[in-house]
Ligand binder design. Structure first.
Ligand SMILES: [Fe+2]
Length: 466
């Protein structure tokens, strides 16, 4: 967004911002360190790389800083090979980061700021632009390694040294943008994605074929009357599953000093089942709820669709770390014939970042791993939870002083594992922790010490044989 005559914003009060201090404080060093210190033993069968992207402003920000959208991207990589570990991290160098490095300070405001820099400050190509924010996720597909933004084209990275190569639309499949959470079908090799738009028609979906070419150009999802924020998606063999919660972009309000996003619970939440093979979208309705992240989904034999996700009563979760428990892990059954959604609460404590074994994506079965809160503890996510909804079991691991991040499934040749980053709230040392998937409550088989502090959040991926 831009509006003429908006003055340059004031610096953010970094020292008093929850998401710019403590375990969230930005990391400005870029390093490449082999032979990391390991407590325990890294399973030698784990051969590949764990990558994680996350908000990490290159300079102290100006204007507003809205976590988790604002910040610049920084990609962290932990390569595992023969029981040894190597760490590399790099900023995602958008043209905005490059211009700010030239200036030595922040030039652009945050995602909700109306200010944009002028031609005298950043030149004609960047004048009037907003900051690109490929800081949410990292995806490998069709020969590309991509740093993903919320609703814009991603940036391509060099897989050898993580250098930024520039914007990449995947031959046009992401021409109008992409969610940060596209879904890779492990059977077909397709990357399925959506993006929301602030202008009509508000929502499209598209598909990148396994070889990186376009399988479906951006295709309009009909039926939206206003722009909605939609962060994640689910995928089954038959459907793209989009959950449309009533979080509405209100540009008119924003331009007159109001909030950019308006929560309208009376509108309810709608689920769109978009046939992957084409054909009309099927809709189902539900009382209002908010979802940031999905675990998995699958088609049921009777035509219904089962979707597992971390539910919030309203979208306050990340903005306010001290928010009360709002929801939990939910299994929704979407019936397109009745047009209704039935929800079953699997776990009623705060959980987030649900992940599954990505090899079962679109046909989800097995365990769901999440982070969660045992107690208030300043709101930090202080525990890991593992659920098997089909078996009705749950277990957890207490990481002690570590604030932990999203768990990622690490498939081995014999056993499987879960890997996640955590930072000690007292010492600020960061660790990559490896838990056995068959008994995560027994604790780590290995803790790999990071050579620098890795800021908390957001999303990562395991890339075998990188
Ligand atoms: Fe996310």
């Amino acid at each position: 967004m831009s509006a003429p005559g908006i003055p340059r914003p004031a610096p953010v009060d970094v020292a008093h911002h929850t998401h710019l201090t403590g375990v969230f404080a930005p990391q400005r060093a870029e390093v490449d360190v082999p032979d990391l210190e390991v407590i325990g033993e890294i399973p030698p069968e784990l051969h590949g790389a764990y990558l994680r992207n996350g908000p990490n402003p290159r300079f102290d920000p100006i204007g507003n800083y809205v976590y988790p959208l604002d910040g610049d991207g920084m990609v962290h990589r932990i390569e595992l090979d023969g029981g040894r570990a190597r760490y590399t991290n790099r900023f995602v160098r958008t043209p905005m980061v490059v211009a700010e490095e030239r200036a030595g300070h922040a030039i652009w405001g945050g995602v909700t700021d109306l200010y944009t820099p002028g031609v005298d400050e950043v030149g004609p190509e960047l004048a009037g632009t907003g900051r690109d924010l490929p800081d949410i996720n990292v995806v490998r597909h069709g020969g590309r390694l991509l740093a993903m933004a919320e609703a814009a084209p991603p940036y391509r990275l060099d897989p050898t040294d993580l250098a930024t190569l520039g914007r990449d639309t995947c031959d046009g499949a992401m021409a109008v943008g992409s969610t940060a959470h596209p879904k890779l079908d492990p059977v077909t090799g397709e990357l399925v994605l959506f993006t929301y738009l602030l202008d009509a028609p508000y929502l499209t979906w598209s598909v990148v074929a396994a070889d990186g070419t376009v399988a479906r150009e951006p295709t309009v999802v009909e039926g939206l009357r206003e722009p909605l924020m939609i962060h994640d998606m689910a995928l089954t063999e038959r459907y793209v599953v989009l959950v449309l919660c009533p979080l509405v972009f209100d540009l008119a309000a924003a331009l007159t000093g109001g909030a950019l996003l308006d929560w309208r619970p009376d509108d309810g939440t709608r689920v769109a089942l978009i046939p992957r093979a084409g054909g009309p979208v099927r809709w189902a309705d539900c009382e209002a709820f908010w979802v940031w992240h999905f675990a998995g989904a699958r088609d049921l034999p009777d035509g219904r669709v089962q979707v597992d996700y971390a539910q919030w009563a309203y979208p306050g979760g990340f903005a306010d770390l001290d928010a009360p428990c709002l929801g939990g892990l939910v299994r929704a059954t979407v019936d397109p014939d009745r047009g209704r959604v039935d929800r079953q609460i699997l776990h009623d404590r705060d959980v987030e970042f649900p992940r599954i074994d990505d090899r079962t994506l679109a046909r989800a079965r097995g365990r769901i791993a999440t982070i969660g809160k045992r107690g208030p503890r300043d709101g930090h996510m202080d525990s890991l939870w593992f659920f098997d909804p089909d078996a009705g079991t749950e277990t957890s691991w207490d990481p002690g002083p570590l604030s932990v991040g999203e768990p990622i499934h690490l498939p081995g040749t014999g056993s499987d594992y879960w890997g996640m980053l955590g930072t000690d709230r007292e010492t600020m040392a960061s660790w990559f922790v490896i838990l056995p998937a068959d008994d995560p409550a027994s604790g780590p088989v290995a803790r790999v010490r990071m050579p620098i502090r890795v800021p908390a959040g957001l999303h990562g991926v395991w890339l075998p044989q990188m």
